[in-house]
Design a protein around this ligand. Structure first.
Ligand code: GDP
Ligand code: MG
Length: 450
């Protein structure tokens, strides 16, 4: 693979700013070994994939730090270029001195994300994998991390490459009709091409459908706890958090403001929001403002935990109709006092925030609602992000249009336009748009017109 981007040598501190035992200064580019050799006095010379101990010295021969240096030869490195990693002591000052030293000796300060950008440009990663690097670093829960790792492995890219290859075959056939109109078109071929197009469209749409799950995994599930005053909403928040975060009182209307905390529920990041209780009327303007806020929270929630005092007969569910989230769970609280027979058949979970009864079931039910897999925290093969979803939506629309053209036996030029648009949109997801090359390969196999 051609080195598209080995012009200059970049350097950056790869570890977070702050004090630590060690810090890592990373160099990448054709000149990186040269830069390192200019400032390093080691017990032995740099060698690929070997760790060498020694000192970094400045232009006056003063020792800046003692370090471990690991060198890599491209393309067998993260960026695909020659790379050097300098592990120095993790003080803020010493780290800065090391970076300044390599910058004075021929390296340039890397821009944000430049190492990974080079890895992409040198064909080490596709775009989905490059994005997954950030997802792995930013992951806040096991499930999000697992999904990010799968994407880093290239699963999403592989699925897309498979779909794209199938589609390029279809396009090759359609373009053959355009290029060789005198060739007889096998009537069955049209049907087969249409079937293939539909198959690819379905694959793209399946990926698109994971976008919602991707968002929930990356950003967390906004979960609003709502219900009548005194139902036990604040008690539920405290129970789920495992400590007393919200004020609990037998006085109705204690919670006026929304309280938000993030917890890890079965591997899913869940943002719990405790709200002011909803009742039909109040004379207290502060409580009224709290209730208005609760309604707003409900409008943006991914999940609703509706808490009721089940020791009392039902007195009207949450109204609010269309503004309530689709995912909801009814919690029959205060089960320790006994559940009123009026709640039978409502399908709620019996819980007690006082004794902890039913809390495991709540966790299980929430995970199931979000991940769709009971118990084991879900198994997400691909969870596309918003950028992917945008490209995939365009691809799906173009594919469905192509399907229509094929069904109507329209002029192949129109079909080809739609198919190309779909391929381009799919290529944008991975950043690989080498359709012309692929067409060449397929045409070579085709032997059209002998
Ligand atoms: N017996 C019993 N009392 C509860 C339970 N959960 C909450 N409470 C009581 O109900 C009252 C209201 O609780 P709170 O969490 O402040 O309700 P909120 O207004 O919905 O936030 C408090 O006195 C709690 O101690 C429960 O499961 N069982
Ligand atoms: Mg409360």
């Amino acid at each position: 693979m051609a080195m598209a981007y080995e012009k200059d040598t970049i350097a950056a501190v790869a570890t977070p700013a702050g004090t630590g035992a060690v810090a890592l200064v990373r160099l990448s580019g054709a000149g990186s070994w040269g830069v390192a050799e200019a400032v390093f006095r080691g017990k032995g010379r740099l060698a690929a994939r070997r760790v060498v101990y020694g000192n970094l010295v400045d232009e006056e021969g003063r020792i800046i730090d003692d370090v471990l240096v690991t060198a890599f030869r491209g393309p067998g490195s993260y960026t695909g270029e020659d790379t050097v990693e300098i592990a120095c002591h993790g003080g803020m000052l010493v780290t800065r001195r090391v970076l300044e030293l390599v910058l004075r000796n021929g390296a340039r300060a890397a821009e944000a994300g430049e190492f990974t950008r080079r890895a992409f440009l040198n064909g080490k990663l596709d775009l989905t994998q490059a994005e997954a690097v950030m997802d792995v670093i930013g992951a806040q829960s096991d499930l999000a991390l697992r999904a990010a790792h799968r994407q880093l492995e290239g699963r999403l890219g592989n699925v897309l490459v498979g779909l794209r290859d199938e589609l390029v075959e279809v396009l090759a056939h359609v373009e053959a009709w355009i290029d060789f109109p005198e060739e007889d078109i096998d009537p069955d071929t049209g049907v087969v091409l249409r079937e293939k197009t539909v198959r690819v469209a379905e694959g793209v749409e399946r990926l698109m459908a994971t976008a919602e799950q991707g968002r929930l995994l990356r950003e967390g599930v906004r979960t609003v706890i709502a219900g009548a005053p005194n139902a036990g909403k604040s008690s539920l928040l405290n129970r789920m958090l495992g400590f007393e975060r919200a004020l609990v009182s037998e006085q109705a209307g204690t919670t006026r403001d929304s309280i938000e905390e993030t917890i890890n529920l079965g591997g899913i990041p869940v943002r719990l929001v405790d709200t002011a209780g909803l009742r039909s009327e109040t004379a207290d303007p502060l409580e009224a403002a709290g209730m208005a806020r609760t309604r707003r929270e409900l409008g943006t929630a991914d999940l609703l935990l509706e808490v009721v005092d089940a020791s009392q007969p039902p007195a009207g569910e949450l109204e609010g109709g269309e503004s309530l989230p689709v995912r909801r769970l009814l919690l029959l609280n205060k089960a320790d006092l006994g559940v009123d027979s009026g709640w039978e058949g409502r399908g709620g979970l019996r819980v007690s925030c006082r004794t902890g009864e039913g809390m495991d079931e709540v966790v299980k039910a929430v995970v199931e609602l979000i991940a769709g897999v009971p118990g084991e925290g879900g198994d997400v093969d691909a969870a596309v992000n918003a950028r992917h979803a945008g490209c995939l939506r365009r691809a799906a629309a173009a594919l469905r249009a192509a399907e229509g053209q094929l069904a109507a036996e329209a002029a192949p030029e129109f079909t080809a336009l739609d198919l190309r648009e779909a391929l381009e949109a799919m290529g944008e997801v991975t950043g690989r748009t080498d359709v012309e090359d692929l067409l060449g390969v397929i045409f070579a196999r085709f032997c059209i017109g002998k």
